[in-house]
Design a protein around this ligand. Sequence first.
Ligand SMILES: NC(=O)c1ccc[n+]([C@@H]2O[C@H](COP(=O)([O-])OP(=O)(O)OC[C@H]3O[C@@H](n4cnc5c(N)ncnc54)[C@H](OP(=O)(O)O)[C@@H]3O)[C@@H](O)[C@H]2O)c1
Length: 241
Amino acid sequence: MVDIEDAVVLVTGASSGIGEATARAAAARGARLVLAARREDRVAALADELGRAVAVRCDVTDDEQVDALVRAAVDAFGRVDVVVNNAGQGLHASVEETSLDDLRALLALNLVAPLAVMQAVLPVMRAQGSGTIVNVSSGTTFADAPGTGAYVASKIALERLTAIAREELRGTGVTVSTIIPFATGTEFLASLRDGRSDAAAGLAGVELDRPEQVAEAILDLVASGAAQADLVPVAYGGTRS
Ligand SMILES: NC(=O)c1ccc[n+]([C@@H]2O[C@H](COP(=O)([O-])OP(=O)(O)OC[C@H]3O[C@@H](n4cnc5c(N)ncnc54)[C@H](OP(=O)(O)O)[C@@H]3O)[C@@H](O)[C@H]2O)c1
């Protein structure tokens, strides 16, 4: 739906992993970039390196910072063509032992923050009559793996929000899609809110994707405008052969 060349692409969580790789891939295809994360030094260095990019320090769980992020994008480039709602965090704990405060924080980051970003950018996209939003879910949603309850709950809720927003926005020129990565080699496991060693043990023997592979899948999804794409192998319930 969107030609990435010259498009203004806003990526949350652009300071590492899938977000950083998406920023690099979009820059390689000629996009202009808005790079958001809390670690401002990282996104500032990436913006310098890529050119035609602005870095914005943004904690996406802070609504005012989200509004300021979208304003900064419009101030810099006059429009926002693509948003990749990528910032997120994992948590590994049994349902019985999941701390309620951890769950609240996880939902704030993985569910409420992408909604806040969508709500902040939709007036801009509606006025343009075009725009694409890609929300990042996870292949963990395809299974009932012990320890993933809180994380899967946050991502499944995001998937449903995305699918329903897609229907609500039909005819406006704005497309909302879900990308479903498989286990990917990033800082994700080191940044889990809880349960790092158990989660790492659960992934023993799994061949991790590279973030660059996910970035290409995200840009392909932006180009196609499809509702959903996954990188999950058939053996794990996905469509990747
Ligand atoms: N790696 C996997 O196996 C995998 C698989 C499926 C889905 N995913 C999803 O992919 C997305 C990216 O994860 P990743 O694997 O690339 O992990 P990562 O390397 O840990 O990256 C997470 C990114 O989110 C940002 N972030 C975290 N909290 C934030 C906040 N409050 N405000 C703004 N930014 C925040 C981090 O930046 P700062 O710390 O600088 O703010 C970082 O750039 C996540 O949504 C994750 O759930 C990952």
